[in-house]
Ligand binder design. Structure first.
Ligand code: AMP
Length: 214
């Protein structure tokens, strides 16, 4: 099963992608996570990407398309995968369609997690992420049992550099300018569904499962 999760920053793509990955035992592939790992390892890719990520801009298409093409060739992708944060531009979506078509393949489901823009800033400024396992928490809606410590693995929780208010506003703007177009692209493709991601998390998950069972 090959799934794309679309949606603005703060819609819950990462949380839902992790949940689906566990449920279907397929990998969650997050270009954001791959880039953050490169940044923290201070690789050349990381140093280049950081300049864009710090200000809320997209990393150039050629870089992320290359990352995804390499990643999708790994063995764990044979049964399927969940793309979280990719594609984010029309050029990325077209490159993915082309790469899959060249091996007679296609995406099975595109789920757009929709949330009103007014809710996103609060979701993101109060988000905390585990440094070790990537589990996400929200200071108000889903706080860790012990402040600053991950419930799942005991790792340290931190606030992403780009979850500051000014960068969040830029990321939302970039989403509207460059990623919204994907809704129409995948709608035309016929495998596109929308889920109201402002609902409680268990309801969002039930809707996703209903879509994926179709
Ligand atoms: P995310 O964790 O998905 O919110 O991504 C964090 C940041 O990584 C984004 O604001 C971009 O700077 C960069 N990034 C992640 N995925 C992509 C992508 N598909 N295309 C371009 N930049 C990306």
């Amino acid at each position: 099963m090959k799934i794309i999760l679309l949606g603005p920053p703060g819609a819950g793509k990462g949380t839902q992608a992790k949940w689906l990955a566990d449920k279907f035992t397929i990998p969650q592939i997050s270009t954001g996570d791959i880039l953050r790992t490169a940044v923290s390892n201070n690789t050349q890719l990381g140093r280049e990407a950081k300049k864009f990520m710090d200000v809320g801009d997209l990393v150039p298409d050629i870089v992320v398309i290359g990352i995804i093409k390499d990643r999708l060739q790994l063995n764990d992708c044979k049964k399927g995968y969940i793309l979280d944060g990719f594609p984010r531009t029309l050029a990325q979506a077209e490159a993915l369609t082309e790469a899959l078509a060249s091996i007679g393949d296609d995406i099975n489901f595109v789920i757009n997690l929709k949330v009103e823009a007014s809710k996103l800033v609060r979701r993101l400024t109060m988000r905390r992420v585990c440094k070790s396992c990537g589990q996400m928490f929200h200071l108000e809606y889903s706080p860790a049992k012990v402040d600053g410590i991950c419930d799942q693995c005991g790792g340290e929780l931190y606030q992403r550099d780009d979850d500051s208010e000014n960068v969040i506003l830029k990321r939302l703007d970039v989403h509207n300018q460059q990623s919204k177009v994907l809704e129409e692209y995948y709608y035309k493709n016929g495998c596109y569904k929308v889920v109201d991601a402002s609902l409680p998390i268990d309801q969002v998950q039930s809707f996703m499962i209903a879509i994926l069972s179709d």
